[in-house]
Structure formats: structure tokens, C-alpha cells
Design a protein around this ligand. Structure first.
Ligand SMILES: Nc1ncnc2c1ncn2[C@@H]1O[C@H](COP(=O)(O)OP(=O)(O)OP(=O)(O)O)[C@@H](O)[C@H]1O
Ligand SMILES: [Mg+2]
Length: 310
């Protein structure tokens, strides 16, 4: 049984706008899943429906086997949510803020636990400060402390590093890695491809209310190991010479460019023989270029394919 199971979830807001268009997704215990998608893709909506802040129009979601609508309390007690927007009481003190969050879930007082959480987030020496006295990055960490205060099994981080400097971003990644170590399942949303690359076990791409892809990061990285060799010819060709027919070449730019895709992890790339065969076939090279596939290419490719289909 996955930790979170999302089945055919649709969400239409009161305006009639459909922000989720049939999302299905399993999230496994102990993994870090990064949801990657542009503004308005539906990331916050999806997280909000899992956490029971808003209800799905149709479809079902369970957390730890509890339905988020019909068994709301059981489901809610298992999840911690770090919201995208900072929503803290400016005059409240850090320790009290976190204590209050734990109390809201009806958990017994445990200041030793809260101390561990605050220390882990480098907030311990700020425990008696008012929220308004903290920097933006510190406030973000208070949000995480609040979300952890009731010992959730699943933590949702909605854009934890938006508007955060490089150093704090790395701190945040370390914090997330530490939480995973302590057994927490983590789902985070981000616009940053390199963030997903850096910390996720699996990466999901969401756009316009649909999940376009969910894949192990390592499998994605293998796809990223593909490189393209672009061979510019002196004279354009209308067709490939028969000697080159089975090399999997693509003709581009009105015959001016031949594109060869190869795997950088393979022993032999086949480039040397390809170049030899090209000149033996009487074609003259003008220029060569190689291009590495990136997660960004895959992402852009998926999103534009979806736009073309729409
Ligand atoms: N309360 C609401 N009423 C009507 N439409 C909404 C509401 N909340 C969100 N939307 C719309 O639903 C879509 C998805 O919004 P959502 O906040 O889930 O996107 P997101 O992926 O989190 O974007 P961002 O990266 O900007 O945070 C958007 O088109 C948004 O305008
Ligand atoms: Mg959002």
C-alpha cells in the first residue's frame, strides 16, 4: 500500500476552472518526490487536496490508507504542510508558534522534540524571538518547524526555496535529506529543475492540471545521457545515401543538417565510423556540434507536445 494514493482526481474551483484533470499518482513511503511544473500547473491545488484543505470534485485520495474526505482526521494527522505563502503571527515567538501547532493536533506537550526540530533547522537560538524579527529565510524554516511539530509521516513542501538565496537553498536541501533519513516521506513542488535533480528520488512533471510523467530520477538521468551530434553539410541533401540508411540519422533544416543521437554511457558511440561513412558517401562536412539532453529539454518537450495537442 503506498503512503499516498491519488486516483482520478479532478478539481474544479467555484469559478468553473478545472485545475486538476484526472490525476493519479502513488507516493511510496520514505521517498522524496519532486513535482515540477510551471506557474498555474496545479501543484498547490494537488497538495491542498491531499492535505484536506480543499476537496476534490471527483476521485479519491488516501493517506496511510485513510480517505482524506471521509476519514479526514486520520489522514490529516499523518501529514505536515509547509505552505507556499508565509502565514505566521508576527508578534508570536518562535517556540510558542511551534508549540501551538503541535497542540492543534492534540499531541501531548514535548518540548524536547521541539528543541530537536528547532536545532535541526538552526532556529534554536531564535526560539524566543518574535516572528517579525526574523528574516524571510528564517520564517520559511519556522514554517517547516511548525509542519514537523506533530511528527507527520508525510511532509509536503510547497516551493520551499522560492525566493531563497543559494546558500539557504542548499541548507534546505540538507534539511530535506535529513528528514528523509528520519523516515519522513517528502513531496515538494518546485519550478527549479536543478532542485528536483539535486534531491528527489522520483520526479513528476505536472502541467495544466495533468501529470505528464513520473519517473525515477536515475532513469531520467539515463535519458539525459543521450547526446546529439549535429552534422552540418556543405550541400543540402534531399535523402540519405543508401550507405547511411540504417544509421538512424534524422534530416533537419531542409537537408542542411544530419542529426545523430547516441548514448554517452556506451563504450562505442559510433561517431568515428559514421564520419568515415559520410565522407565515403561523398558528402562534405561543414561543421559539427554536439548537444547534451537536459531535464529542461525533456520538460520543455513534454509541455510543448501537450500544448500542440490541445
Ligand atoms: N481558489 C481558486 N479559485 C479559482 N481558481 C483557482 C483557485 N486557486 C487556484 N486557481 C487556479 O488553478 C490553477 C492552478 O493553480 P495552483 O495554485 O494549483 O498552481 P501552481 O502549480 O501551484 O502554481 P505556482 O507555481 O504559481 O504556485 C491556476 O490556473 C489558478 O489560477
Ligand atoms: Mg503553487
Amino acid at each position: 500500500m503506498p503512503m499516498v494514493r491519488i486516483t482520478n482526481v479532478r478539481k474544479a474551483y467555484a469559478t468553473g476552472f478545472e485545475a486538476l484533470k484526472g490525476v493519479s499518482l502513488d507516493i511510496h513511503e520514505g521517498e522524496i518526490l519532486a513535482l515540477l511544473g510551471p506557474n498555474g500547473a496545479g501543484k498547490t491545488t494537488l497538495i491542498s487536496t491531499i492535505c484536506g484543505i480543499t476537496q476534490p470534485t471527483s476521485g479519491t485520495i488516501t493517506v496511510g490508507g485513510h480517505d482524506v474526505v471521509t476519514a479526514y482526521r486520520g489522514a490529516r494527522s499523518l501529514v505536515g504542510l509547509v505552505p507556499q505563502e508565509i502565514n505566521l503571527e508576527p508578534f508570536e515567538r518562535v517556540m510558542n508558534t511551534v508549540r501551538f501547532s503541535r497542540g492543534l493536533f492534540g499531541k501531548p506537550k514535548d518540548d524536547a522534540l521541539l528543541e530537536r526540530i528547532l536545532r535541526q533547522l538552526s532556529l534554536w537560538d531564535k526560539r524566543d524571538n518574535k516572528i517579525m524579527e526574523l528574516s524571510g529565510g528564517m520564517k520559511r524554516r519556522v514554517l517547516i518547524a511548525k509542519a514537523l511539530a506533530h511528527e507527520p509521516r508525510v511532509l509536503f513542501l510547497d516551493e520551499p526555496t522560492a525566493g531563497v538565496d543559494v546558500e539557504l537553498r542548499r541548507d534546505m536541501w540538507d534539511i530535506v535529506a535529513g528528514l528523509k533519513q528520519s523516515g519522513v516521506t517528502i513531496i515538494l513542488t518546485t519550478h527549479y529543475i536543478e532542485e528536483a535533480e539535486a534531491i528527489a528520488d522520483r520526479i513528476g512533471v505536472i502541467n495544466a492540471g495533468e501529470i505528464l510523467l513520473v519517473e525515477e530520477k536515475t532513469a531520467l538521468m539515463t535519458r539525459l545521457g543521450q547526446k546529439e551530434l549535429r552534422i552540418e553539410l556543405h550541400e543540402p541533401v534531399t535523402a540519405l545515401p543508401t550507405a547511411l540508411a540504417d544509421r538512424g540519422l534524422r534530416i533537419e533544416e531542409d537537408g542542411q543538417v544530419l542529426v545523430y543521437t547516441y548514448d554517452t554511457s556506451k563504450d562505442r558511440t559510433g561517431i568515428a565510423t559514421l564520419i568515415r561513412d559520410i565522407s565515403e558517401a561523398g558528402l562534405v562536412l561543414r561543421d559539427l556540434q554536439t548537444r547534451q539532453n537536459s531535464l529542461e529539454d525533456i520538460f520543455v518537450g513534454l509541455v510543448t507536445k501537450q500544448e500542440d495537442a490541445a
